[in-house]
Every structure is written in structure tokens, then in C-alpha cells.
Design a binder for this molecule. Sequence first.
Ligand SMILES: CC(C)(O)CC(=O)SCCNC(=O)CCNC(=O)[C@H](O)C(C)(C)COP(=O)(O)OP(=O)(O)OC[C@H]1O[C@@H](n2cnc3c(N)ncnc32)[C@H](O)[C@@H]1OP(=O)(O)O
Length: 257
Amino acid sequence: MAYETILVETRGRVGLITLDRPKALNALNAQVQDEIVRAAKAFDENAKIGAIVITGSEKAFAAGADIKEMQPKTYIETYMEDMFSDWDALTRVRKPIIAAVAGYALGGGCELAMMCDFIIAADNARFGQPEITIGVMPGMGGSQRLTRFVGKSKAMEMCLTGRMMDAEEAERSGLVSRIVPAGELLEEALKVAGKIAEFSMPAVMMTKEAVNRAYETTLSEGVRFERRVFHAMFALDDQKEGMAAFSEKRTAQFKNR
Ligand SMILES: CC(C)(O)CC(=O)SCCNC(=O)CCNC(=O)[C@H](O)C(C)(C)COP(=O)(O)OP(=O)(O)OC[C@H]1O[C@@H](n2cnc3c(N)ncnc32)[C@H](O)[C@@H]1OP(=O)(O)O
């Protein structure tokens, strides 16, 4: 099925999803949600793809869920359709997803970026959870994920006031991994994703799973999980190859098995 609200391309071993509703600042309506999730799942199932990048425009990664679509909804509609629950499928994608964020990442836009595995921000990026200003609260995970990223005090202030964070503050607070000039954002994100895609795919996927476990469990359980997965890696040909290549001072040729 074709995509109408996003552009979907491959760049080498990287799957690239670009939000493409410029007139609405990439506001996330039901169709955008469906298409992003569908494209990410297709890349996840494609053995030639090793990592995924999600990006928007220079003005807006996404200015939130589509307020005009949401405004007339009733409680029973949102409950029965379990509004926003389809985004959970994005967090079940097993390959790494990088959010390359320029401009506004507000409300659902900030929440979408936080569902990804890490965020690279352009120097003009602005993050916020402004739902309180339109009479609601975050509904795509913002109250939970933002709090885990930046701590209670800052998350509480942002959710209760709608204040936006610039890229510098987002980097200082641990929300983004680093900042690059806006004009270099996509190139840099693709470079990072391309590097990840060169590594052993099972090792990359197991690493993603282990880091994500840190958000879901206690420290002792997380460390035990990490150790068990680490042990399992010794069943991979890629472990033998990676360590042999180091000793033989050559580049590893991973077979993804
Ligand atoms: C998922 C949940 C539950 O967490 C909920 C949410 O995400 S609620 C949405 C949270 N986001 C916001 O409240 C931000 C809304 N947008 C803005 O405040 C501004 O648009 C801006 C500060 C991002 C940019 O301002 P400006 O440059 O002045 O552009 P505008 O003229 O305001 O916008 C251009 C155009 O885009 C439409 N737009 C912007 N954001 C949304 C949105 N979230 N939903 C629907 N449409 C949006 C805006 O209405 C304009 O369209 P036209 O009126 O010109 O047709």
C-alpha cells in the first residue's frame, strides 16, 4: 500500500521515514500514525535493513497530534478505539530507530521522538509537552518517558507549563544524544544509522533489547538479563568473527548470524 503522508526510502542499509505534512507542521493524524508504524514494521522485517531513521522538516519534526482531528472526539470514541495505542507497535520494532529532530517536536512529536532509541537534534530543535495549554495532558507516553529522560522536576515543569526546551537544554538534560547544525542533521543521522547497520544485526538487536530493559526492570534483574544475553552472543558466528578480526587486525565481516 502506498504512503501519502510520509516519504519512505532506503539509503544503503538504512530505512528512512520522512514526515511529509508540511502545511500542518507534520501534525500526527491517524493516517500518519498508521503509515509510520507500517513503514517501520516493513523495515524491521526487511533483512537488508539494519537501522531506521525518522525525521521531519527543518521547521518541524512534528507539532503534535492533530488537534483539529482530536477536537470533536468524545470520551467513548477515544476509549473504544484505544486512541494512540497503535503507537505501541513502533516501540516493538527490534531494529534501532534514530529520531533526527529539527524544529518543533511538541506534544505527540516529542513523544514520537522519545519512542525512538535515541534522538539526534538539530541546533534549532525545540521540545515540549504543551498539551496543558489546550486543556489536556500528554497521551502518547510523554508524562512517563520525559520523566525518565530528564527527571521529575523538569518533566513536571514542562508538562504543567507547556514550556519548550531548546536543543542545548535538551542535550544537557539527557533528552538528546547530541546536537548538530540543522543543515547537517539528516546526513549525520544517516551516517550514524549506517554505522550501526554495518555491525552484527543480532548483536545490535540484543543490545537494543538490553538497554531498553533498563527502563522496565530493577537494576539486579537488568544486570542478570544483560549477562544472559551476553552469554547467548557466544552462540553467534559474528562473535567469533568480530573477536578474530580484532586479533588479526582486520575489519570484521559480519554475517548476521
Ligand atoms: C498526543 C498528545 C495526547 O500528547 C496530544 C498532542 O500532541 S496535542 C498537540 C500538542 N501540540 C501543540 O499544542 C502545538 C500546536 N502548534 C503550535 O503551537 C504552533 O503551530 C507552533 C508553535 C508549533 C508553530 O507556530 P507557527 O509557526 O505560528 O505556525 P502555525 O500557523 O501555528 O501552524 C501552521 C499550520 O499548522 C497547523 N498546526 C500546527 N500544529 C498543529 C497540530 N498539532 N495539529 C493540527 N494542526 C496544527 C496550524 O493550524 C496551521 O494550519 P492553518 O491554520 O494555517 O491551516
